[in-house]
Structure formats: C-alpha cells, structure tokens
Write a protein that binds this ligand. Sequence first.
Ligand code: NAD
Length: 336
Amino acid sequence: MRILVTGGAGFIGSNFIHFIIENRPTWQVVNFDSLTYAGNLANLEKVAKCKNYMFFRGDISEPADVKAIFSESFDYVVNFAAESHVDRSLYQPDVFVKTNVVGTQCLLNHALEGGVGRFLQVSTDEVYGSLGPEGLFQETDALFPNSPYAASKASADLICRAYFKTYGMPIIITRAGNNYGPHQFPEKLIPFFITKALRDEPLPVYGDGLNVRDWLYVRDHCAGIVRVLEAGRAGEVYNIGGENQMTNLEITTQLLEALGKSKHLVHFVKDRPGHDRRYALDCRKIENELGWQPEMEFRAGLKKTIEWYITNKKWWHDITSGEYLKFYELHYRDRK
Ligand SMILES: NC(=O)c1ccc[n+]([C@@H]2O[C@H](COP(=O)([O-])OP(=O)(O)OC[C@H]3O[C@@H](n4cnc5c(N)ncnc54)[C@H](O)[C@@H]3O)[C@@H](O)[C@H]2O)c1
C-alpha cells in the first residue's frame, strides 16, 4: 500500500505517521507538508530514516506542488493539511479559506486525475455548530459552522461530497472531537495550559470556562482513521469522539492537580467572539459498523501528555520563543 499523508508534520498527522509505521510496517508513507508555523519535522525524527517513509515539502493549494506529488500513484490519501486554530481564523480568515477550501479542492482534482483507491478527509465536529445542554451530533445533521475555521472545514466537506456524487471518487469524511496528546502546538488549550502552568504563568480561561468539548486521545483518533480507511464505506461520514465531555474549567482543574500547581493560576478572560458552547458526538456508527471505540481514559491520557511535555521541554521552548506564538499572545492580551 502507498499512502499520501498531507499535513503529516503537524500534531495529528505526525502521530498518524508514527501509528502507521508501527502498525502497518509494509505500507509506503509519503508525507506532504508545506511546514507552516504548525508543521515541525522534529515530530518525525524517529521515523525520518525509515525506508518506508519519505517527506516532500509542498503546499496543497499550489497546483504545481500537488501535480508533482501525484506524478506517483497512491492507494490512499489522508488529508490532514489545514489551518487548524479557531482563534487565528478570527484574524486571518483568508488563509483558512486558501488552505482548507482551495487546498482541499486542489488535492481532490489531482487525486481524481491520478486515480486514488481512497481519499479520506479529516474533518471536525465544529462543522455541526453548537449544541445546547442536551443531545449529540449525528453524521446526518445539517452543518451550521460558526467560526471562519469551522466554515472552511464545512466547505471542504461539501466539496468532498460533491466529488463523490459527481465523479464517483471514493471519498470518506471523518469528523473528530478535540484531540490531545504529544506534538500538539502549544497554542491549543491543553498544551497551552501545561506549558504555561510549568512556568507558573496565569492560565487564561475564556468566559465562564463552561464550554464543553468531547476530548479524544490522538492515538485513538489515528486508530479510528485507519479503521475507516480500510473498512469504511465510500461517500459516508463517520464521527470519531472520545465519549468524554468536559468543560474547559474541568480540564484546567485536572491539569493543575496533575501538575501539583495552585488553582490560583486560573485567570478568566473575555470570551472569544462566536465561541460555541458545546460539542458532543454520537459515535454509534463507527462503533457498530467498524468496531472502533476510544481506548484511552482521560486521566491516563492527560498524564501521558503532561509527561511528554515535561520530557520534551526543548521542543516547546523552541516554539514558544518564536514569532508565531507571540502573535497569539498579543491577541490574548487584547481581550483581557
Ligand atoms: N486538533 C484537533 O483537535 C482536531 C480535531 C478534529 C479535526 N482536526 C483536523 O485534523 C487535521 C490536523 O489537525 P492538527 O491539529 O494536527 O493541525 P496542525 O495545525 O497541528 O497541523 C497542520 C499541518 O498542516 C500543514 N499545512 C498547513 N497548511 C498547509 C498547506 N497549505 N499545504 C500543506 N501542508 C499544510 C502544517 O504545516 C501542519 O504540519 C486538520 O484538518 C484539522 O482540521 C483537528
């Protein structure tokens, strides 16, 4: 099997490549990534010399780059490449549309020409919009995205659907909850707060801290993607959730307890505009059809994640001293 992984230098993509090298050792893996601020080849140091792994630098929204990669054929394409941070999408929505919408369409075009066995689009529960206190998102629900990030991902999902319906391309979409684990860029809630707490800096919690997310350990997500890739039905959507709904405040409290830090580090800040209240996924389809279930219990996953950030201080020191996180900090300051 030859698999093209786009965005493989980012958080989930790099965990996915490690997962494939360990669990599908006969597969040839090609990682195609433009290395934005979120892409980091240090995430792939352990596999860089493997004979069945190769890296190409390229942009999914640049037709020449994509055409070049599709000069070879692939059994599978998994598209992780994206601008992925909601907060940034409030300030730079154009970048999100270029990568997430135009980029996905560009990939689809060349994958269609090249003939691909399966194209898996990695999407998010954020496309469904926001839930009230009750209920779960089903795969058949209408899409009501609220942030530029969610709207760009929803647009990509719709283009994928159109390529399946119009051209009969074997496309599958997965929609996952909030991931956590090693290699996550420290602008996202869990690594942001771990790295701040380790420096005894205040943890800026949005609004009342009661927004709910469904937290999924990244390796469970990777296992779910492989299951869908190998056994899912073309043209279908599969939710992949951790079946673990928690408020941001609960996450923050557990994290401070696990680190032995004071709860006085919690610092409430002005809420994000358009901040969705609750996401929660109904995962019966992937469970019943494909036999996948999340395995990692949240406390154990959080412990592993914290240990990784403690052991890999250089990894995040290199990032947190860079310009990109400063951009982010600036916007946080604006809203305090
Ligand atoms: N992180 C989550 O909790 C989560 C949840 C559900 C779905 N997703 C989806 O999973 C995918 C991966 O998310 P992540 O958290 O690993 O993101 P990430 O930001 O950590 O990584 C994105 C990767 O894509 C690369 N990239 C960005 N623009 C590119 C372009 N134009 N061409 C080629 N490569 C490009 C970056 O260099 C980076 O390596 C995204 O599609 C995201 O929408 C993420």
